[in-house]
Design a protein around this ligand. Sequence first.
Ligand SMILES: Nc1nc2c(c(=O)[nH]1)N[C@H]1C(S)=C(S)[C@@H](COP(=O)(O)OP(=O)(O)OC[C@H]3O[C@@H](n4cnc5c(=O)[nH]c(N)nc54)[C@H](O)[C@@H]3O)O[C@H]1N2
Ligand SMILES: Nc1nc2c(c(=O)[nH]1)N[C@H]1C(S)=C(S)[C@@H](COP(=O)(O)OP(=O)(O)OC[C@H]3O[C@@H](n4cnc5c(=O)[nH]c(N)nc54)[C@H](O)[C@@H]3O)O[C@H]1N2
Ligand code: SF4
Ligand SMILES: [Mo]
Length: 720
Amino acid sequence: MQTVSTPTHCPYCALQCGMNLTPLPEGGVEVTERTDFPVNRGALCSKGRTAPALLAPGVRLTSPLVRSEGVLVPATWDEALGRIAGEISRTRAEHGPDALGVFGGGGLTNEKAYALGKFARVVLGTSQIDYNGRFCMSSAAAAGMRAFGLDRGLPFPLEDVPRTGCVILVGSNLAETMPPALRYLTELKENGGTLIVVDPRRTRTAEQADLHLAPRPGTDLALALGLLHLIVAEGRTDEAYIRERTSGWEDARAAAMAHWPEYVERITGVSVPQLREAVRLFCAPQAAMVLTARGPEQQSQGTDTVGAWINLCLATGRAGRPLSGYGCLTGQGNGQGGREHGQKADQLPGYRKLTDPAARRHVAEVWGVDPDALPGPGRSAYELLDALGTDIRALLLMGSNPVVSAPRAAHIEDRLRSVGFLAVCDVVLSETAQLADVVLPVTQWAEETGTTTSLEGRVLLRRRALPAPPGVRSDLEVLHELAARLGVEKGFPTDPEEVFEELRRASAGGPADYSGITYRRLAEENGLFWPCPAPADAQECEDASLDVLPDDPAYDEAAPVLHPGSPRLFLDRFATEDGRARFAAVSYRGVAEEPDDAYPVLLTTGRVVAQYQSGAQTRRVEELNAAAPGPYVEMHPRLAERLGASDGEAVAVVSRRGRAVAPVRISRAIRPDTVFMPFHWPGEGRANSLTNPALDPTSRMPEFKVCAVRLERVGGVPSQ
Ligand SMILES: Nc1nc2c(c(=O)[nH]1)N[C@H]1C(S)=C(S)[C@@H](COP(=O)(O)OP(=O)(O)OC[C@H]3O[C@@H](n4cnc5c(=O)[nH]c(N)nc54)[C@H](O)[C@@H]3O)O[C@H]1N2
Ligand SMILES: Nc1nc2c(c(=O)[nH]1)N[C@H]1C(S)=C(S)[C@@H](COP(=O)(O)OP(=O)(O)OC[C@H]3O[C@@H](n4cnc5c(=O)[nH]c(N)nc54)[C@H](O)[C@@H]3O)O[C@H]1N2
Ligand code: SF4
Ligand SMILES: [Mo]
């Protein structure tokens, strides 16, 4: 058999590594190296390499399931879709459109995220839609918006990282969460640059650092303010830059000056000499970057915390200049695009605001509806899940597994059980799908085409490499069918390219402008960075960008009118109204739940390399389970000794919200006042049974990264 390999991208994280998929003669598909994609240059982590394991029929869902007499039983598509449409109509008639909830995911392609947002607003007429990206990078997005007027996680490509002078990496463990990206940090050091890692744990990433700062979890805001204090005190600010390119310095400066190094040392546990050393390393070179990930962001003051880190860049003239700037390492496969096209509670496609009358008019016109018919902003993810069974009576969930991944998960599980009707689209029977009234089995990345936008802001084409098995349908087909059954026959095409063409028009003129991007260009150009507007003349755009390929003789002629995309932002001006970046005048405040006598230890949570998120996918892959078989509680030997627990022994971790049991893993890599649990597992070792849903007031991000717990010996070995 002639095998043709298809160049595409990984289904998992936001690095969106390039890979080739080669169908095997005996069925299935093999992942092979794809070296032409510059971001990973062929390298993959164990998750990407083993992703095809989930394509096998035994592992995934291949038939719709409908709950009958309490159990999920196989059903036809007609029955399953009919049941969902019926429940939606009934709920809406009885309780109004806002009793219908929709929950999406940052793993969905741009086309799906766009169609889901449109479905909620146009077909259901509900304001109640949000998605799991709220739990991910929302604090960085809010801070980026506030400072720069635009949120594109990285405003520069990763290839700039090794060429800067110093990187402060705050709360990212990319050696485990994006292994191929570690290369950018090792190259930075080879080039003579320095790396500072801020993490309460000495992770595999922190081991690479020239300087590792290990603050107490939840104190990054104080740390960043203390560093800014020293920058000012040591006269290391860039006054000309501050004058010409920023606003709000006086207030931010005054706030930082109240954070004396000794005070910051007391809060964070990072010594004054270490603070000084960080300032010295950061300020020495011409160019420097600050990159944040979930560590500082998943806090109830995450937006202010990121704002304080951005302040460091602004005060030293390191934003909107070559090889310098602030960036957020977005997490999910389409974590960037997923936050741009309308599955977020307050948003319309193109990163437009639902409250902006001009945005409403533009999108309503593309959708062929009355702008006044579009609902307003709805609840944030946690608040939406928390309202299930009360204000929200029916939920359509696509691309998330909140039973494992939501904060205060036992409560959310209870809400999901009490909602009148739950429909879940998934590729596997996740813990959340197990609670559903109807489960729809959908196609997977290798079986469907679509675009994602990577953490760099690079829009990429994922290509279909093999047919889907009988019995499954794509998310787009599901939305098309449901819309039709609810009386909307048009506007929900099943062909992803057709959806993308509409997305182009809907995003045109918005902050995340995709109008100059086409599938054909993406196929030829290895991705395009947004904003990538179409040329002013729409006809010219159709001619140029849709039909002319680089190998066409007409291309040279057309090329000048094709926007090249925007790998680097803000070099001339920021996206704020006056073109200036805005300092955040923020002051330290503590976490929502400080330790006390009853709950004396801090819990932080995160990831391990071999499992992905709620584990719905990766816990079904043998090789990954062998590498990371279950939850654990990482603790310092001193804490273990105090508890009297030995390595491998089961302990209970108890918070005000619940209890989890998992074996101890003793490690000197963690602070003695803190324990760490990965959150990938359900059941008794579920870390989210413990976490605190205290929300950041701006981003509505829950405080996943810190809560107060106590530890109890339970004796014996845990049962998982
Ligand atoms: N293997 C794997 N890779 C993934 C994922 C996965 O689930 N598994 N998920 C993807 C997604 S969606 C995301 S969002 C990214 C997340 O990528 P990362 O942000 O790198 O992952 P985390 O492990 O959640 O958190 C990073 C680090 O923050 C530290 N930390 C904890 N509390 C604090 C604090 O208060 N301050 C600071 N400064 N640091 C703190 C933790 O010790 C941890 O090492 O990974 C993506 N890649
Ligand atoms: N304690 C703690 N909790 C956390 C975090 C933490 O650091 N600590 N991190 C948070 C973060 S950053 C994130 S991003 C969330 C993620 O947590 P979740 O939202 O639960 O993410 P996943 O496990 O990726 O869930 C995706 C689900 O969608 C399915 N799926 C995959 N692709 C598709 C598709 O194309 N269509 C459909 N319909 N389904 C699909 C998968 O099988 C899976 O069941 O967890 C958050 N929870
Ligand atoms: S680093 Fe992310 S994108 Fe790359 S192979 Fe691993 S999971 Fe996939
Ligand atoms: Mo995430």
